[in-house]
Structures are given as C-alpha cells and as structure tokens.
Design a binder for this molecule. Sequence first.
Ligand code: 5AD
Ligand code: SF4
Length: 477
Amino acid sequence: MSETDFTATGLASNSPVSSRPVSQKKIFVKTYGCQMNVYDSARMIDVMAPEGYAETSSPEDADIVLLNTCHIRERAAEKVYSELGRLRELKAEKAARGESLVVGVAGCVAQAEGEEMRRRAPVVDVIVGPQSYHHLPQLVARSRNGGPAVVETEFPLEDKFESLPAPERRKTLSRGPTAFLTIQEGCDKFCTFCVVPYTRGSEFSRPVSRILDEARSLAEAGVREITLLGQNVNAYHGADAAGRPATLGALVRALAGIDGIERLRYTTSHPRDMNEELISAHAEVGKLMPYLHLPVQSGSDRILDLMNRQHTAETYLGIIARIRAARPDIALSSDFIVGFPGETEADFEATLDLIREVKFAQAYSFKYSPRPGTPAATRDEQLPEEVKTERLRRLQALLSEQSEAFNRACAGKRMPVLFDRKGRAEGQLVGRSPYLQPVHIDDAPAELLGRIASVDIEEGYANSLRGRLVETEAVHA
Ligand code: 5AD
Ligand code: SF4
C-alpha cells in the first residue's frame, strides 16, 4: 500500500488535553508508516479512553507511550530501537521523580520482532501486533505487574473491529473534514518482496453495515471526505445485509448515498482486483474522486513475474485505458520498486517506458529492501546499493517531472477544494483538490474551513497549487 511518511507525533493538535483535570492519565502515540497505522493509532487511543486515558501530544506528559510501527521497508526496526533508547532515558527520569511510564510497541515491527524485541529492549512493557490492539487495556494492566514485556502477536480469530468502541463512543472520530476508514485488512497475494501477508495476516473485510454506520457517524462529526483503507482495498468482499459478499464498487455506491459525505477515495489497490464494477463506479459515482493509486512496482514482465504480481505491463496499461475511458479526468498514482534482485538495465528501462506511457500525477518510489522471511530476500542476485541509488535517482527525476507538469497544467482550471487547515500566512487557508494537491488561497474567510468551495487555480508548483476563491459560487457544507 502507499506510504506517506506519517511520522507525525501525537496526532491531534485539537484534542482538548488542556481542559482535562491534572490527575487525568495520558497516552502518547507516535505513528510510523501508512495511513492504516494512522487509523489504528486513533483506534488505540479510543480503546484506552474508557480506562481513563486522554491523548497527549507530549511523551513527557504521558503515562503510556506507544510506538505504532511500520516494517515495510528498511531500517524500520532500527528506528524503533533508537526511539526506545530515548524512551529508556525518559522512563528513568520519570522513575527518579516517582512517576511510572508504560512503553508499548504496536504495529508491524512489533509483529515481526516479537520475542526478539523483548530480549533486545527491556524498556518495553507491551508488544502488540496489529490484530490485537483491542486487547491493549488488558495488556497494559498485565504489564503493571512488572517483569518482562507482555507480548501479543498472535492472529486471533475474533474480529478486532467488532471489539472496538462503537463510532459514537470514539474520542478520535474526527480531526477535521477528512477521515480514514479501514474497510479491509491483510493480504493473501504474497508478492515476493512484501512482509504485509506475514505481519497483517490474511485478508479480512468488514461487513457493509458496520462501515456505513461508521461513515454516518463521521458525517455527523463534520467529515466531508472519507478515504477507505485496506492493504488490498479493491479485494474488498465484506458481507452485505443479505450476508452475500459485496464488492468495493457496491460499497462505494452505498457510501455515496450518505448525506454530508461529499468525497470518497480508496487506497491501496491491486491491478488484479480492478474489476468492471469498480471501474464503472468511477464513471457513475460523482462523489468518487478522480484520483487512483494503483501500484505497478515495475514495467518489466520478467520482474513482475519474479515479484509474483500476477499481471504483465500490458495488462496494467489495459486497466489504465479502461479507467481513463470511464473517467477521462482521472489522475493516476503508483508505487515503484527499483533494484529488485536480478533487475537488469533493460528491465529498469521498461519501467521508465511504462511511466512515460501512463504519465503519473503522483508516485512513491523505493529502493528494493530485503525483508527477512520474504522469498525475494534470499535470492542470489541482490543488486549493489550504488545501482539501486542511481536507478532511483533517474526514476524519481522522471516522476517529479511528470507530477510537476500535472500541477502546472492545473493553472486556469476551476476546481472544488475542501478546506481543511489554516495556512502559515494570516488569512491563508489550505485545502485539497480532487487530485489531492494542497491548494493555497489568500484572504480566505475562516468559515470556509471544513467546507468545499470552487477555486480558480492561478498557478501550479512542484507540490502544490495556488488559487483564488470563485466569488459568485455559494459555499456548500
Ligand atoms: N522494498 C522496497 N519497497 C517495498 N514496498 C513494499 N515492500 C518493499 C520492499 N521490500 C513498497 C511497494 C509497496 C509500497 C507500500 O512499499 O512499492 O507498494
Ligand atoms: Fe504486499 Fe503485494 Fe499484498 Fe500489496 S499486494 S500488500 S505489495 S503482498
């Protein structure tokens, strides 16, 4: 799935921490990795709320510090261990003041390291895998008895989503007009480079009714744009009211019927699950934003085969053509890996060719990093670091050229923008375009925050747009 570097700490700047009593217990969560972890962190704060914990944005204030980790690429575990080194000092300082601190590690590094972490980092009190965070209160309680870390990294059969607080009881339901909603987790595709099937387990889809309930609560809390999340979101097959599996296309249509929800997105998809029903939803559901993140990883059929992607470059291009026919203004985004074991210069050139053909509005690209336990990690033909670095540089140069060209071509267009934050300058507001570009406007009325309004785009830059509010357009909620 796509990864934005969410190293944001503490998550909320708008949480009412300061208005709580001084004796209130506090939890600090630091989130690494993908949007699914951002969603999970919010849910962990929710499960601790009934235990009397409020979120804080400062580890120094916290009674519990939790690192919600990501293992998808290299140095993830090392970053976590060095953070744990800092927390060891904090725990010692607090102990000297007679205060206690529970240190927890959640997410995919916890899942992958488990027992090893318990040995290597005695500062850790709780180690909890991504399928078990609804057990956090019990794990924290058990850890208070002292002794070695409490580890829970099994994949339990019970559904963690069902064990989480109902939407209306969630503290973290909305942090503004945009929200993530996890609808599917896990992956059975076993791409040979990827740890996700091992750390997140096999595929699981939440039932339609639960997702609709959560979306309605989000709408009531002021959310206007929902991004549906899953490692393999378009493999979604949750049960509908009749108990039959629903597709993502059907779910999107149902969600589009909710008043207040103006925009829908989904991420991350696999080309193999891009079915006709979903493609036609792009043509027919106006609330589905014209932006699709569809990772291809490589443009070489030989490498795609070694990666076990189970599609060719041509199949990918065919899917793109069908999506563009359904929604001509769609913007495309992708993930790429360079330097997969055995990748030749010709294989790499095939990737550049595919990029030239598709023209991406946005992309994420990575050097191949061997993940312990995955098939590709043990292949003989690992490439030297210099080759990976050089290919990544060439690939990113081409991709940046394309995304900048896409942004520049937006100048002169009129777009609906959802305003979600204040800008740095006085009177400036920032929103997102249908294509996820940040859009800055000056002299904006503050009541626009949380709303969608039409903007005439005046200029496009490398990573953002600048525009002017269309005066005559009524602002809709
Ligand atoms: N090395 C490099 N990149 C990887 N990704 C997943 N596993 C690896 C790996 N071992 C990338 C893929 C995926 C994105 C989320 O991370 O491009 O789509
Ligand atoms: Fe990993 Fe492949 Fe599954 Fe995506 S589809 S999560 S890359 S195994």
